[in-house]
Design a protein around this ligand. Sequence first.
Ligand code: AMP
Length: 380
Amino acid sequence: MTTVGILGGGQLARMLALSGAPLGLRFLVMDTAPDACAGQFAPLLVGDYRDEAALAEFASKVDVATFDFENVPAESAEWLAGRVPVFPNPRALAVAQDRLVEKTLFRELGIPVGAFADVDSLEALRAEVERLGGACILKTRRLGYDGKGQFRIKSPADVDAAWEALGAQAATVGLIVEAFIPFERELSVVAVRGRDGEFRTWPLTENWHVDGVLSASLAPARVDAALADAACAHARRLAESLDYVGVFALELFYRDGALLANEMAPRVHNSGHWTIEGAETSQFQNHLRAVLGLPLGDTRVLGQACMLNWIGEMPDARAVLQEAGGHWHDYGKEPRTGRKVGHATLRADDASSLAQALARVGGVLGREAQVAPVVARLSG
Ligand code: AMP
């Protein structure tokens, strides 16, 4: 009996555990919160990731360890890796935790990125904002997610306010300023690499964010084959350079027919949730296969799929459940403003059926604005 340990016990760990059940796997999840939602399906060890005694207990009970949460301290991941196989490896985790290190690696690998700079003072920020042309985003290098730890600088006049908001963090988690990319689309490649180096990607996904949080995803993205091939080649180069094992996502901006990398997520990713019903093998199943050294499953898409995120509270399930290709995922979390509490996936054989299903669901739930950009893309 193999036990997979997961650091972080949120919805990603929960979906990993659900998808691992048919493989006969057992799970142990570790989280700082006693009500972590993966705990409803797997034994939960409550503890701080920096607590050696808790980590030692975790290590003693698992055969292999992986993550649902990328901000596990790098030293804890290293410590664990000395005792049990850890995938992805701690170096890959450390690179993905730091926006500056990550973007520098993208550039070294020839993966196009927008202009960026490390800033450690108000003067440095002012100079970089001038150099980058005025429109920028100031971000924390570490520990930012879902648009948190970011300040949009529309012009040099906003520099003082940006420093006021985030400057104190320069000394703790570091700051990076990026040129604002007026992108036309946001895309992601969800990819998997096995222990033996086998590499696969799911078809490219188009993503829509609201207030920095993913709202909807459509797969396959409507992009030409050459662009999709380029995105997959970037993901492959990145995975090989990090000797990455498991699933990860590479988030990209699309503008004027070209791609710019934004960031990588070293774990299963929200933009890959559609693969549960919309692909031959889901990202969760393939992540487990990868970390266990099992053959990877086919990543072929089954028709077309759209995922809608439920943020803050769950809507009424019936509108989705009554659709032929409607699938419901309730993470069992307490409703809270801004919290990802569930998602739905609608799957159909063709674009017009998917657009019609989305319009029906959006109408019944009063979520026309959430489905509108996807319906527009499908109809375009
Ligand atoms: P991130 O945490 O880097 O994924 O940023 C969250 C969201 O903010 C992204 O999905 C984009 O919608 C937006 N964003 C981040 N960086 C930039 C940028 N350099 N230019 C334009 N939009 C950005």
